[in-house]
Write a protein that binds this ligand. Structure first.
Ligand SMILES: [Zn+2]
Length: 207
């Protein structure tokens, strides 16, 4: 069975009008001739540029998790804590909902998103299409609307700072790495994942 996309066509998601696919310039979008709905767009950044950004974000993530980000004060004892250490401290201080939110938004979501993006972009870069490609991309696409991770991460920072009764944010490597990670994630999350389904069109356009 040949799909619409494989036949070089694009169907309008609103009115089903069929269009012949064209190779777009970076940043351009194709609209339906009948109703004006966006059919597809060509991201401003190429997959190899995105791979560099994702790699930088992964490095920032490792740094943000390796170095202490908080100074915890409990019963006169002062302790430096990493991000995950802070989550554990929040949990044991009876702040379970905040701990869970920080863990999911500042750790779990970014880890999954960055690793998935890295694998997908690497596969595109090496011209391979592993069996994992389609399910991974679909999962990522399903997760993204949840996301606005960069907004949530700012919320995490604020909640960390608000917990100043038991902790101070440490102005060190981890904090700066975390801020860099937030900025890089904003760029990564604004990338239109639909472009990854047909990277070949982009590559031929640039050759
Ligand atoms: Zn239409």
């Amino acid at each position: 069975m040949t799909s619409v996309a494989e036949a070089g066509l694009a169907a309008c998601p609103e009115c089903d009008e069929l269009h012949i696919r064209r190779v777009l310039h970076p940043g351009e979008r194709a609209r339906c001739a009948r109703c004006g709905t966006t059919l597809y767009r060509r991201p401003r950044r190429r997959p190899d540029q995105m791979l560099a950004i994702v790699t930088a974000a992964l490095i920032a993530f490792v740094l943000a998790n390796t170095f202490p980000i908080l100074v915890l004060r409990a019963q006169g004892i002062v302790n430096e804590a990493t991000l995950l250490g802070s989550v554990a401290a929040l949990w044991s201080a009876g702040q379970e909902p905040v701990a869970a939110m920080v863990f999911v938004t500042a750790w779990l979501f970014p880890v999954f998103d960055l690793l998935a993006m890295f694998l997908l972009l690497l596969a595109i870069q090496t011209g391979s299409r592993p069996a994992l490609f389609a399910p991974l991309l679909r999962t990522l696409q399903a997760m993204r609307p949840w996301g606005m991770i960069e907004v949530l991460m700012l919320g995490v920072l604020v909640s960390l700072i608000k917990l100043s009764k038991m902790a101070d944010v440490l102005p060190g490597v981890a904090l700066y790495a975390f801020i860099a990670l937030t900025v890089l994630l904003a760029v990564i999350l604004s990338y239109d994942l639909r472009a990854l389904w047909q990277p070949d069109q982009q590559r031929t356009a640039e050759a």
